[in-house]
Write a protein that binds this ligand. Structure first.
Ligand code: GLC
Length: 436
């Protein structure tokens, strides 16, 4: 057996909390939504029962309105502070038997379910699909009813964590410009931000130049506080606008997972509500409104002003994963992706392109290469017929991991591993790449 495969399997086992896979040791003890979906894809190559468990435990956190939260907390008393940051119990919609966050994350569960399904015999597959479909359908319906209030086809995000790309530049610029409270401006002006280190667990374990800046962390924390004060009630949240985005990565992932949901339902012989399938179709067209002719990529959009947020990131390329864009658009994206002054660096694909001011090679979602976004691009390129590019990105990714190990993210110029070591989704998705 390939040694990288063995290492990947060992990482998943190391982070296995029996009902769910923690993203990484120490720093990430709880369950996260898209991490669990990626972990399930990895587990599907080792143990399908364990892979299914990953999905069931995520669905166990579903709110009564259909939202699947981005985090489910470990209930150990030592994590009371983490649970207290979100206080999901302030919403009557949150489950009583556990504590969760009050927002969601990229909806990639249908993808994970179908990858597990692919490893099962037909009767078991149908049985599994039937079991999870009600919750998945409810989740996709919730995304439309609550997050697409004007019936435009795109769903909005209320917190940068919902995109999974926490401190991604367009969000950080937007929040700073729109709703930074006076006291955060004062902290910055008086250079008091180093004091925030006291409250940060991540910068104690990991060099601060690899994590988000203190000011960004504070701004992000403040958005949680505001959402919590509104008890995660979407009407209250939309009423006095926070900074809200139609994120291009989130919507691309949603569109692809809508397609998969339709396939899963067809296989389980379950009819999706017509209203849902109508809205799915509208989303495919609406994605086009995020295209920008001058940069030749897609951008996220400010939900309130309708302006595109023209800061390119890896999210700008993810419509390739959506699978519904035209060949003409895809060709242009692939051109930008494979430009070696922009995204095609020695260890592609950086979260922010090298040719922009915000590129910061070691800092979290502001430059480093992440395995999950590579996996999404590899999958999208392959499905859209860009076999050479897909194969090249796959071998770059595997080679980088063979050389540098299994990390949360990587320096796109040197390949050095950054952030948390032994990171679950890097292991899970490498395992998938090695097996497909
Ligand atoms: C960070 C990442 C997010 C991930 C979480 C747990 O917040 O930005 O995408 O889900 O860590 O790994």
């Amino acid at each position: 057996m390939d040694t990288l495969s063995e290492q990947c399997e060992a990482v998943l086992k190391l982070n296995d909390h029996s009902k769910y896979t923690a993203p990484g040791p120490r720093l990430y003890p709880h369950q996260w939504l898209w991490d669990s979906a990626f972990a399930a894809i990895g587990w599907s190559h080792i143990d399908t029962k364990r892979a299914k468990q990953e999905i069931f435990s995520m669905l166990d956190g579903q709110w009564s309105n259909g939202m699947i939260p981005h985090m489910i907390f470990d209930m150990h008393p030592k994590y009371a502070q983490d649970r207290g940051t979100w206080r999901s119990w302030v919403s009557p919609l949150s489950p009583n038997h556990l504590a969760t966050s009050g927002i969601t994350q990229p909806p990639i569960l249908a993808e994970a379910v179908s990858r597990i399904g692919a490893q099962l015999q037909k009767p078991q597959r149908q049985q599994f699909y039937k079991k999870v479909l009600p919750a998945l359908i409810k989740y996709h319906q919730w995304l439309y009813t609550e997050r697409d209030p004007h019936n435009e086809g795109l769903v909005l995000q209320i917190h940068p964590y919902e995109t999974g790309l926490d401190n991604t530049p367009p969000w950080m610029t937007g929040i700073r410009e729109h709703n930074r409270p006076w006291w955060i401006a004062a902290v910055e002006k008086l250079h008091l931000d180093p004091l925030i280190n006291v409250a940060r667990r991540d910068t104690r374990a990991i060099p601060p130049n690899q994590r988000m800046r203190n000011i960004d962390a504070l701004v992000i924390w403040d958005v949680i506080r505001r959402l919590r004060r509104k008890h995660y009630d979407i009407d209250k949240i939309l009423h006095r606008s926070l900074f809200i985005i139609d994120d291009v990565a989130f919507n691309s992932i949603f569109i692809r997972n809508n397609t998969i949901l339709r396939d899963i339902a067809a296989e389980a012989r379950i009819k999706l509500p017509e209203d849902l399938t109508d809205r799915m179709k509208r989303s495919e067209q609406a994605l086009e409104s995020l295209w920008d002719d001058s940069f030749n990529v897609y951008f996220s959009r400010d939900f309130i002003t309708n302006h595109l947020l023209k800061e390119p990131t890896v999210a700008s390329l993810l419509p390739l994963y959506a699978g519904t864009i035209s060949k003409e658009r895809a060709d242009k994206l692939v051109k930008v992706l494979t430009n070696n002054h922009v995204f095609w660096l020695k260890n592609p694909v950086p979260s922010v392109p090298r040719n922009v001011r915000r590129f910061d090679q070691d800092r979290y979602w502001q430059g480093p290469t992440w395995i999950n976004t590579n996996w999404l691009l590899i999958d999208g390129l392959e499905r859209m017929g860009y076999k050479n590019e897909s194969t090249a990105l796959k071998s770059h990714t595997i080679e980088m991991m063979r050389q540098h190990g299994i990390w949360e993210y990587y320096n796109p110029l040197t390949g050095q591993g950054l952030g948390s070591p032994d990171f679950s989704w890097s292991a899970a998705l490498a395992l998938d790449l090695l097996n497909t």
